[in-house]
Design a protein around this ligand. Sequence first.
Ligand SMILES: O=C(O)c1cc(=O)[nH]c(=O)n1[C@@H]1O[C@H](COP(=O)(O)O)[C@@H](O)[C@H]1O
Length: 270
Amino acid sequence: MTTEQLISQIRTKKSFLCIGLDVDLNKIPEHLLQTEDAIFEFNKAIIDATHDLCVSYKPNTAFYEAYGIKGWQSLEKTINYINQKYPEIFTIADAKRGDIGNTSSMYARAFFNDLDFDSVTVAPYMGKDSVEPFLSFEDKHTIMLALTSNEGAFDFQTQNVDGKELYKVVLETSKSWKNAHNLMYVVGATKAEYFTEIRKIVPDSFLLVPGVGAQGGSLAEVCKYGMNANIGLLINSSRGIIYASNGTDFAEKAREEALKLQQEMQHILG
Ligand SMILES: O=C(O)c1cc(=O)[nH]c(=O)n1[C@@H]1O[C@H](COP(=O)(O)O)[C@@H](O)[C@H]1O
């Protein structure tokens, strides 16, 4: 998917919501556990109930890998379902990969070719040659960690490196990489006060912003400092939406939570 198609979808739906499909069998409604593929049945119901309110789905691969081959099959069925039924949706494989070049190429093939995701999250720690293999895929997007939502972000990311915070070095350096136009960045919603500085370095890039909902980040604050002329934000909520209820009404309740965020976004978009 091109960035222009993503922007157009945001404008049509008046939403820049990304719903995280982080499926935990201990949290999903009990009646689904009797089905052959409970993870997929759960995702399918959530997707059917919310696809008009969001522009993106982000399965975090950890929640699938934890269930071995069955989990990976559920992930494959989920991405195929979205791509076939709702092809306008921007899909994110939240896998946080990144390795030496030839290994990164294989990760990129796994998520872009085999599973056909529109994007994948990567960690920048191994540098340019670990990220560039992902960037060489046309109309696929690489979402690199910049300033994450967790407490540990302060361990390294905000540390000074030659008079500059490390996350700023990461952002600036990555702009010179080959096919850098395919980069997006992760910035946590819990770090709203940093968005002004981040926008000085990457004014036009899309930012994936997790941390609204269960982690307590503020949508209004993020938008105030992080939005650009093309919106430039994908706001993720996972647990706050998909576990709104663990009864038979789970999809309906997830829709209600998604609708609350979509309406707030519509209001912000004016
Ligand atoms: O890359 C991510 O998506 C990510 C980066 C980050 O800094 N913080 C963060 O929470 N995430 C992911 O975003 C999702 C947040 O889930 P909730 O806290 O349940 O809304 C999880 O899948 C996290 O792994």
